[in-house]
Design a protein around this ligand. Structure first.
Ligand code: TPP
Ligand code: SF4
Length: 297
């Protein structure tokens, strides 16, 4: 499924946003809407994306868009898709949900599990900035180990955070036997857009978990969002993979991982870490990759 980047429409379906400069979430949403086009019905729960694009009476989104209660995104788009089918609407309409990581892996997981189990015909994109950013950076189930957040301040609390691994939305969705789920990154736009296009052409519940760095919450120069996202993959702290036809596959595996401090030192949320923290994070990374290699290869 190749996306021809030269053939993407010039027209933007997302512009005039009020996000911070360099926001990875907006970049992911913009790329997804470019691929899906105007025959898309979008819904968004409370999150940075909703707050910065859709505050009545203004909207930066040029497709239909509904704002939902925080835990209710998946059930809302499921309802839209089922209603459209009952009304006999054209089959080429895509029912798309875009939500933050807090709204997906924590508070919205129950509704998403239901949609996945029913295999409703939706695309759900989780834009992962590794915290509840819209309310000022609280830890979520996918916040990186040892990252500073307002609920895991620096010192023993942040360093002592018990769960060392990001909750794997990808594998949770695969366990539901959805027809398609993937991880992605805004640093690999072609890979991400191909995954969105693939999801568009598959019937059933499709879930994409995309890493979307946040300069404000992570504390780095907004000019280096893409570089930051790329370093996460190159250091082995994020990965690109797909689950399709009941099979896992990696889309990209670095020949050798870069030292994690190349990624961590760019960001203020990790500035309390020292050499021993870097080595511990690397050891956790290796445990996780060994586990995934056995499962995905
Ligand atoms: C039931 C409920 N609890 C809390 C809130 C307040 N709230 C609004 S947005 C938000 C954070 C959203 O975080 P996330 O889903 O990670 O998206 P992000 O803002 O990081 O993009 C919270 C806690 C709410 N709107 N509804
Ligand atoms: S706080 Fe982060 S995720 Fe929210 S709009 Fe700003 S850059 Fe984007």
């Amino acid at each position: 499924m190749a996306v021809n980047l030269k053939n993407l429409p010039d027209e933007e379906l997302l512009y005039g946003v009020k996000t911070c400069q360099g926001c990875g979430v907006t970049l992911a949403a913009r790329l997804a809407l470019k691929v899906l086009g105007e025959r898309t019905c979008l819904a968004t729960p409370a999150c940075c994306f909703a707050a910065t694009t859709t505050v009545y009476p203004q909207s930066s989104i040029f497709v239909n868009n509904a704002i939902t209660a925080f835990p209710a995104l998946a059930s809302t788009i499921s309802g839209m898709a089922v209603a459209a089918e009952a009304l006999g609407w054209d089959e080429d309409i895509t029912f798309l949900g875009i939500a933050g990581d807090g709204g997906t892996v924590d508070i919205g997981l129950q509704a998403l599990s239901g949609a996945a189990e029913r295999n409703d015909n939706i695309i759900y994109i989780c834009v992962d900035n590794e915290a509840y950013m819209n309310t000022g950076n609280q830890r979520s189930g996918v916040t990186s180990y040892k990252a500073w957040t307002t609920t895991t301040p620096t010192g023993p609390c942040s360093k002592g955070e018990k769960n060392r691994f990001k909750k794997s939305l990808f594998e949770i969705m695969a366990a539901h036997r959805v027809p398609y789920t993937a991880t992605a990154s805004v640093a690999y736009p072609k890979d991400f857009m191909e995954k969105v296009e693939k999801a568009k052409n598959i019937k059933g519940c499709k879930v994409i978990h995309v890493m979307t760095p946040c300069p404000t919450g992570w504390g780095y120069d907004p000019a280096v969002t893409v570089r930051t996202a790329k370093l996460a993959v190159e250091c082995g702290l994020w990965y690109l993979a797909e689950f399709e036809n009941n099979e896992f596959k990696f889309n990209f595996v670095p020949k050798e991982f870069k030292p994690v401090e190349e990624y961590l030192k760019l960001q203020r949320r990790f500035r309390h870490l020292d050499e021993s923290d870097y080595r511990e994070i690397e050891a956790n990374r290796d445990i996780e990759w060994n586990r995934m290699r056995k499962r995905f290869a």
